[in-house]
Design a protein around this ligand. Structure first.
Ligand code: ADP
Ligand code: MG
Length: 233
């Protein structure tokens, strides 16, 4: 469904992403795992055509993101940076986004329910905690009911109940046949949420495997990760 092929990104002397290839498949939660600075956000930005690759390609059902006819209905995205619509209420922020994509207000109510923000929908976004902001970003990603979700560090800022809630939601969305990619630097949370792992370090692929396969004899994802990645940078 999504194919990343030999993707590279250079910022001056920094090779942020180094000939990275992997696929994101439907029906699975794929964990995109790597330490801070590994190149996860850069890769996601290139997947969404927000940053130009130095080399390589990304194909979403055979096309680049910028060539998709109804991007919001095809790919839902949550990036690290906060949206700057702090003065708007959550409801109006989503309504504005929906209207620019010909999505009706009923769907706005639906996604607010889905991310558990219905009771604060009238509050201004700038009063939101990081966890609430993450939920709002997720609501925006879900507006178009897309079969693909690309989420950059969606677990950040969530409390333990929020982490469990998001895990259940993502597992349900994958169970409906969607392709779900979540980046994270958090081992334990990712181990509990993902089916498949794409592990990178220093912009390079370290592993592309089922969680069970990657953990192997190490006993835990954290142990396996430190064995494979520790000291790489
Ligand atoms: N706009 C940019 N300009 C220069 N360097 C950047 C830029 N964005 C990211 N980098 C560098 O690229 C590397 C990968 O960063 P990033 O993709 O944010 O990693 P991650 O999301 O895995 O923490 C880091 O060394 C970072 O400093
Ligand atoms: Mg990042």
């Amino acid at each position: 469904m999504i194919e990343v092929h030999e993707l590279s990104k250079r910022y001056g002397a920094t090779l942020a992403v180094d000939r990275l290839s992997f696929a994101v498949r439907p029906g699975l939660v794929t964990g995109f795992l790597g330490p801070n600075g590994a190149g996860k956000s850069t890769t996601l930005r290139m997947m969404l055509d927000l940053d130009r690759p130095t080399g390589g390609t990304v194909r979403i059902n055979g096309r680049r993101y910028a060539a998709l006819r109804h991007p919001l209905r095809e790919v839902g995205a949550l990036l690290e940076a906060r949206d700057a619509h702090g003065g708007r209420s959550a409801y109006h922020h989503l309504l504005w986004l929906a209207q620019t994509h010909r999505i009706g207000p009923a769907r706005v109510r639906e996604v607010l329910d889905l991310v558990d923000l219905a009771n604060v929908a009238g509050r201004r976004v700038k009063t939101f905690s990081l966890g609430m902001t993450q939920r709002l970003g997720l609501a925006a990603a879900l507006l178009g009911d897309p079969p693909i979700l690309l989420l950059d560090e969606p677990l950040n800022g969530l409390d333990p109940a929020g982490v469990r809630w998001l895990r259940d939601l993502l597992r349900r969305l994958a169970g409906e046949g969607r392709a779900v990619l979540i980046s994270s630097h958090l081992m334990t949370e990712t181990a509990l949420t993902a089916d498949h792992l794409v592990v990178i370090s220093g912009g390079r692929l370290v592993a592309d495997a089922e969680i069970r396969e990657f953990v192997g004899a190490a006993g835990s994802l954290e142990e396996a990760f430190l064995n494979r990645v520790g000291g790489a940078r």
